[in-house]
Design a protein around this ligand. Structure first.
Ligand code: 5GP
Length: 195
């Protein structure tokens, strides 16, 4: 399998620090590029359309489902939709880079089934730490934080479904582990191409 067809899927509960770890990871491994998902959730302060997400209305999202534009899509917290766009995977492959997707668990499992070269990595953190990060971020309402924390408890029990698990109790250490997993997998993919 060509290295550029490899896909890394970073999954785990809200507040586990996936976004921070992905930023560190792509800085350290230049052949990676993050796919921008589409969502119907509200744009948070500081977010830009086309950078964190493509922010779509419900009608636009449904239209794109009908057009077959999504590799996978889900309804998540409070019925908001999230989906990975096939066009993002094509764009990244066009740059000769390897795609990184940040997905909740259901989407991660689906991508693992659909793309044989997908490598899934679950980012875990202790519940009190998740709660602290979500409250610190304070971008969601109290009700939504509660829903995300309840969901996180259930999600932590599903870490075993994924290829790797990285505990994010310390960002520096977790980054090192993540980088070494990704570099090892890229090396394996390159060896398979050469063979
Ligand atoms: P947030 O609203 O905090 O940005 O994201 C909520 C959750 O949606 C996160 O766990 C994130 O990984 C997940 N997510 C973001 N984009 C996608 C996507 O395209 N598909 C799926 N299945 N999950 C996504």
């Amino acid at each position: 399998m060509a290295a550029s067809r490899r896909v890394f899927v970073i999954t785990g509960p809200s507040g586990a620090g996936k976004g921070t770890l992905i930023r560190e990871l792509v800085e350290r491994v230049p052949e990676l590029e993050v796919a921008v998902s589409a969502t119907t959730r509200a744009q948070r302060p500081g977010e830009e359309d086309g950078r964190e997400y493509w922010f779509l209305t419900e009608a636009e999202f449904v239209e794109r489902i009908a057009a077959g534009d999504f590799l996978e899509h889900v309804e998540y917290v409070l019925g908001k939709r999230y989906g990975s766009l096939q066009s993002e995977l094509d764009r990244i492959a066009g740059h000769g880079r390897v795609c990184v997707l940040e997905l909740e668990l259901e989407g991660a499992e689906r991508v693992e089934r659909e793309i044989p070269g997908a490598v899934t990595i679950f980012i875990a953190a202790e519940v009190p730490e998740l709660e602290r990060r979500l409250k610190e971020r304070a971008t969601e309402s109290t009700g939504e934080i509660g829903e995300r924390i309840q969901l996180a408890r259930r999600q932590l029990e599903q870490a075993h479904l994924f290829r790797y698990m990285v505990r994010n109790d310390d960002v520096r250490r977790a980054t090192e582990v993540l980088v070494s997993i990704v570099e090892t997998e890229l090396e394996i993919a390159a060896t398979m191409v050469d063979a």
